[in-house]
Design a protein around this ligand. Structure first.
Ligand code: NAP
Ligand code: COA
Length: 266
């Protein structure tokens, strides 16, 4: 049996209408999954459904803000009614902008915490009733900021570190239901909104790339490949894991000192 054949499986992707998360949704759709995506913009939702259907998949979309548990629950229940129990749940809605702690309002800090962390709590808690038990696989989309303290990213660092702890705690609480919960940490991924916001110039991109041990940015497919693996039967004993797909970047804990030591040997 092909472990990457997801025919008949139901994949629900929160924040799945653009970028990395849409790439993940497309990877599952291309392998036969019935795919549901949600995000705020009705136009983006409609465009994503068309994109997913172009893979020959059955696809559904709902406009919902993950900060609104009622809207999230309506989408989850609608998806469940039409596509049945959710086999694979991806939580990837997120917001980011670079700003120092003293340069962002409380509302700016809260916006990111409410989308990335509380939004994921809303999605996961709301989904529990609709998940296949046993067998469901939950994948939260984290970021290197969950591991690396990063200036101008206090909101994202706090939100994504919290998200990874949510992964670990729900792995404990929901393991008895046969539900696996894992996080993926994408590195810098080309052609994404996140990259455009954090490294908007060629110079910034080059500095960013230079701390990646494999020497290149990732692709949406790189991230989707890990999601496919985590959702597959090959990963049936993996839960509570926080896994980077980043060319080694999160292992590169102190690139500044690394450069000093390398320069000293020349
Ligand atoms: P993106 O293209 O901006 O995608 C974000 C998605 O989330 C969109 O579909 C957006 O659609 C949706 N969204 C945003 N706020 C929402 C809300 N309040 N409620 C519901 N949906 C919401 O971003 P990306 O760069 O591909 O990043 C995707 C994920 O990967 C994020 O979790 C990010 O933290 C993570 N990540 C990205 C990178 C990178 O290099 N790009 C690196 C590490 C981690 P609407 O606007 O329609 O709501
Ligand atoms: N610097 C400082 N503060 C900023 C900011 C910036 N660049 N961008 C937004 N903010 C503040 C706003 O001023 C506002 O605070 P205020 O009410 O005190 O003025 C607060 O953040 C919320 O902004 P708003 O635009 O009302 O929020 P929103 O809910 O519509 O959007 C964001 C949320 C801010 C995260 C928005 O950037 C977004 O929707 N991002 C989604 C896409 C994304 O970020 N993709 C990359 C994922 S890695």
């Amino acid at each position: 049996m092909d472990p990457f054949d997801f025919t008949g499986r139901h994949v629900f992707v929160a924040g799945g209408t653009s970028g990395i998360n849409l790439g993940i949704a497309e990877a599952f759709a291309a392998r036969g999954a019935r795919t549901t995506v949600i995000s705020r913009s009705p136009e983006r939702v409609a465009a994503a459904v068309t994109t997913l259907q172009a893979h020959g998949a059955k696809a559904l979309g709902f406009s919902a803000d993950v900060r609104d548990p009622t809207a999230v629950n309506t989408a989850l229940s609608g998806a469940h009614q039409q596509f049945g129990e959710i086999d694979i749940l991806i939580s990837g809605a997120a917001g980011n902008f670079p700003a120092p702690a003293l340069g962002m309002s409380l509302n700016g800090f809260k916006a990111v915490i409410e989308i990335d962390l509380i939004g994921t709590f809303n999605v996961l808690r709301g989904a529990h009733a609709f998940l296949r038990k046993p067998g469901a696989s939950i994948i939260n989309i984290s970021a290197p900021q969950s591991v690396h303290a990063t200036p101008l990213q206090v909101h994202v660092c706090a939100a994504k570190a919290g998200l990874d702890m949510l992964t670990r705690v729900l792995c404990l609480e929901w393991g008895a239901d046969g539900i696996r919960v894992n996080s993926i940490i994408p590195g810098g991924i080309s052609d994404t909104e996140g990259m455009a916001r954090l490294a908007p110039t060629p110079e910034a991109k080059e500095t960013f790339r230079s701390v990646v041990p494999l020497g290149r940015f990732g692709t949406k497919q790189d991230v989707a490949n890990l999601a496919l693996f985590l959702a597959s039967p090959l990963a049936s004993y993996i839960s509570g894991a926080v896994i980077p797909v980043d060319g080694g970047r999160t292992a590169n804990g102190d690139p500044g000192l690394g450069r000093v030591l390398a320069a000293a040997r020349q």
